[in-house]
Every structure is written in C-alpha cells, then in structure tokens.
Design a protein around this ligand. Structure first.
Ligand SMILES: [Zn+2]
Length: 270
C-alpha cells in the first residue's frame, strides 16, 4: 500500500501534496503551536455548518426481507436510496477520515472490513457509537483479503470466522449474513461454504468509486458522478487519501440528486 500511496503523491505537484497532507493527517499534539486568542474573539460556531448536507433516512422507505442469495443492487423503491459501502481499511488515516466524516455528516455507511487491516482498531471508538445507533453497519470482507475461490473450504471458514470475531470484539455486533468476497470473485462452492457459517449473502456492487488503488481525486469525483444514483450499491475503499479530500464534493452530488444513504440493515430486515 505504501508503494501505491507514494506513486499517487509522487504524481502530484508540490502544492497538491501539501493540500492532501494538511487536509487529512490529524495534527499531533506535539506539532501544534497554539497562539492564545484575546478573550471574546471567538464567534460561536453555527449550529448547522454551511455546505452540502446528507439527507436523513426516510422512515417511510419500504423494508425488504433479508435476501436469500447474492445482491448487486438495491431493490427499486421510493426514497432514492444508495448503499455507500467501504472496503478493506489498509490506511488507518483514511479509515479515521471516513469515521469522522460519518460522525459529522450523518452519512449511513456499510464497512466491509478486513480484520488484518490496521485501520479499524484505531477508529473503533469513533465508529462504535455509530454502529450501535445503526448509522454504520459492519460486514465481513474476510480477515486477510483472500481470493476465496482459490482457498480450501477450511480456509474460507477460518477467514470469515476470524474476521467475524474481530468485528465482534471491536464493534460488538454479529456481521452475518453479509460478506463481500474480495475482488468480487466467488462461486457456488464459496457461497455454500460461507453459508455454512451463516454468511449467506454475498454483496457485490453496481457502482464504484474505482479507488481500490490510488486514483486522482478529480477522477474519483467523476466516478461518483457517474454511479451515485438511486438503487446503487456503491463500492469505495478506505485505502488511499484521495477520497478523504473530496468528501464535500461527494456529499454535494448526493444532495443535488436527493439521494439518501442507507445501510444494508436499513433496507433488509429479518
Ligand atoms: Zn477488498
């Protein structure tokens, strides 16, 4: 991952690098130089920040039964739902950016996490309350991002259940029945073995931010514009910086199209 990130940053001129870094890396306390302000000089924060807003969940939106097999898109329904899903978590800073983004905007997201990725434990304290409220859902993407069709039955089960335990420990939830086969590759055997441990719904996608690898932020916004539409299961990744620099643009697209972010649990219930 670090190679890919260097490639991305190396391809951006100096001012771009500065923008990317300052926009996203949390300031460490030891780096901060804090000048005291005269008393009374701070205006109160507005209760609602200006700019694009995430629409709240529509309580009248229809709810469907849990699917009996794989899904690629949401049911055609009213309310303009879009399931924004976020995979992997190889970069802890990007995971944290997503977590803060969700907390600050109310965006309803489904994270398909790999427990072996280092990004999740650091942001668990931000995400856990959002998981408990139902705003954020956690689902299973295998522990170490294996190509499931190449793995034995035992390895498939172990990868899912090791990850299952990580999710349970970090977030206190049972991620079943939703899993996403890494690379979107699975077959009947994989589905059968996964179902034997309760993961009965492979979740694919019909829209993508195309950011599994590093991608130019402008291109990422172009993909968002192409695929952020009603009924879409949108694939994103918490792996590289660009997405964390364009959240306002992505929210603007959602707002302009009256799209309502939903988790899988918002749409499907037992
Ligand atoms: Zn993945």
């Amino acid at each position: 991952m670090s190679v890919l990130r260097r490639t991305f940053l190396g391809g951006v001129v100096g001012v771009g690098v500065t923008t990317v870094l300052t926009a996203c890396i949390p300031l460490r306390a030891e780096d901060a130089v804090i000048e005291p302000l005269p008393s009374g000089s701070l205006a109160p924060l507005p209760t609602a920040l200006p700019g694009p807003q995430i629409l709240p969940l529509d309580p009248t939106m229809p709810v469907f039964g849990v699917p009996s097999g794989s899904i690629y898109s949401l049911p055609t329904t009213v309310g303009n739902p879009i399931a924004w899903t976020v995979d992997d978590g190889w970069d802890a800073d990007v995971v944290e950016s997503y977590a803060v983004f969700a907390r600050e905007t109310g965006a309803r997201l489904t994270f398909f996490i790999c427990g072996s990725a280092n990004g999740w434990s650091r942001s668990a304290s931000i995400l856990k309350p959002l998981v408990e409220s139902g705003q954020v859902q956690i689902a299973n993407h295998t522990h170490s991002h294996i190509r499931m069709v190449d793995a034995s039955d035992d390895v498939i089960r172990a990868e899912l259940m090791t990850n299952h335990d990580v999710i349970q420990n970090l977030f206190g939830v049972d991620a079943r029945p939703y899993f996403r086969p890494p690379f979107g590759v699975y077959d009947e055997r994989v589905a059968r073995v996964a179902a034997s441990v309760g993961y009965t719904v492979p979740v694919l996608w019909n829209g993508t931010l195309s950011d599994a690898g590093a991608i130019d932020p402008t291109l990422l916004v172009d993909f968002a514009s192409r695929y952020m539409k009603p009924g879409v299961i949108l694939l994103g990744h918490a792996n590289h910086w660009p997405v964390a620099t364009v959240f306002p643009q992505l929210v603007k697209i959602l707002e302009d199209r009256n799209l309502v972010t939903v988790t899988l649990n918002d749409v499907y219930r037992a």
